[in-house]
Design a protein around this ligand. Structure first.
Ligand code: PLP
Length: 406
């Protein structure tokens, strides 16, 4: 049997626990700033109009059935996904140095990448994450028994990037380490390196022969501009790195529950690059087969239809600007309300940070007080989901913050 010493009770996932507590709260003023999903100005989930359109087109398509996809997924989807992140003109694509495999959203892409590196990366590399990072990174890499460590990332004093600390840790890491990087809209801080800082990081990673692993969960959702949000990844590819990318379509298509994602492995330029890519592809297929057999079809079909149709693609870009624009407006509104109230401290970081999340700098005690006194729900580390704010509650939230900070 399974005695307690062998199977102890595990703690509840903090984020899912927070969601349950929010649902149980009967107060009508309650505010959910925990959720990592887009909400419209009425705090409701938003089905992107272009996704609704694609959905109808698919439902009316008599040629569709429920057969299995190939092991590596829907080819129209994976090749469009590669163009989206790398840029259609990427030499890595024309030189056939990229292998793309459909995954169970971004989480599945990180997992399959971790599994592949565990099995095939020479030596026993340590994976370095930013401190803090998306909580699941640690679990995913630990589950496949890769040693993990962290590099400093967030400066408590500036509420911006601790660039010196980050570089220092990356240069002290043993050569050939795996460095996990958030492609854009860092979760949970909302703090990204500038382009010059990315360039310095690329130089440093190259000197140290580190392997970059990009996690890209917010392309287009962060700035509203797909190329801008992919800049760091494209720069690293341009610099000739061998790297991999976990790509999620949960946020930018609002396809959270459909689990549409992709894993890309980019081989560095060399005369044998194509055959290396093909060997890697063959091993990834074996891993995929034993893990999930083949990926789910529906979300990938929706994304594929939109990515491969010029008109739908343009509509999607418009929808991305709607989401990112609303979030950017909420950042501005929150900062200006706090400044108007004269709330002690500086609040420029709210608008300096980007993407779904903001690290407010609120302490664990202040977060608990906000929940007790104002029915505001956010994670203990002071992270808020900007998508939970809207024109109806931003002032209420700013006033609540003002009270706990004073
Ligand atoms: N990586 C990061 C940094 C994330 O923030 C998320 C989602 O919150 C993911 C990956 C994966 O999300 P999903 O598995 O829903 O695509």
């Amino acid at each position: 049997s399974f005695p307690e010493y062998a199977v102890p009770q595990a703690p509840e996932d903090p984020l899912f626990g927070l969601m349950a507590a929010f649902r149980a709260d009967g107060d009508e003023k309650k505010v959910d700033l925990g959720i990592g999903a887009y909400r419209d100005n009425d705090a409701k989930p938003w089905v992107l109009p272009v996704v609704k359109k694609a959905d109808i087109l698919l439902r009316d398509d008599p040629s569709l059935n429920h057969e299995y996809l190939p092991i590596a997924g829907l080819t129209d989807f994976t090749s469009a996904a590669a163009k989206l992140i790398l840029g259609a003109e990427s030499p890595a694509l024309s030189e056939k140095r990229v292998h793309s495999m459909q995954t169970i959203s971004g989480t599945g892409a990180v997992h399959i990448g971790a599994l592949f590196l565990r099995k095939f990366y020479a030596g026993a590399p340590t994976v370095y994450f930013s401190n803090p990072t998306w909580a699941n990174h640690n679990q995913i890499f630990s589950n496949v028994h890769l040693p993990t460590s962290t590099y400093p990332y967030f400066s408590k004093s500036t509420k911006g990037l601790d660039f010196a600390g980050m570089k220092n840790a990356i240069s002290s890491a043993p050569d050939h380490s795996i460095i996990l990087l958030h492609a854009c809209a860092h979760n949970p801080t909302g703090v990204d390196p500038t382009r010059d800082q990315w360039k310095e990081l690329a130089m440093l990673l190259k000197q140290k022969r580190h392997f970059p692993f990009f996690d890209c969960a917010y392309q287009g959702f962060a700035s509203g501009d797909l190329a801008k949000d992919a800049w760091a990844v494209r720069y690293f590819v341009e610099q000739g790195f061998e790297l991999c990318i976990a790509q999620s379509f949960a946020k930018n298509f609002g396809l959270y529950g459909e689990r549409a994602g992709c894993f890309h492995f980019v081989t560095s330029p060399s005369s044998s690059a194509t055959s290396t890519t093909s060997r890697i592809a063959s091993q990834l297929a074996i891993l995929q087969r034993s893990e999930i057999s083949n990926p789910p079809a529906y979300g990938a079909r929706i994304a594929s239809l939109i990515l491969n149709d010029t008109k739908l693609f343009a509509e999607w870009e418009e929808n991305l600007r709607t989401m990112s624009g609303r979030i950017i407006n909420m950042r501005k509104a929150l900062r200006s309300k706090l400044e108007e109230l004269g709330t002690p401290g500086t609040w420029n970081h709210i608008t300096d940070q980007i993407g779904m999340f903001s690290f407010t700098g609120l302490s664990e005690k202040q977060v608990a007080e906000l929940r007790e006194s104002s029915h505001v729900y956010m994670t203990k580390n002071g992270r808020i989901s900007m998508a939970g704010l809207n024109t109806h509650n931003v002032e209420y939230f700013a006033k609540a913050v003002d009270r706990v900070v004073r």
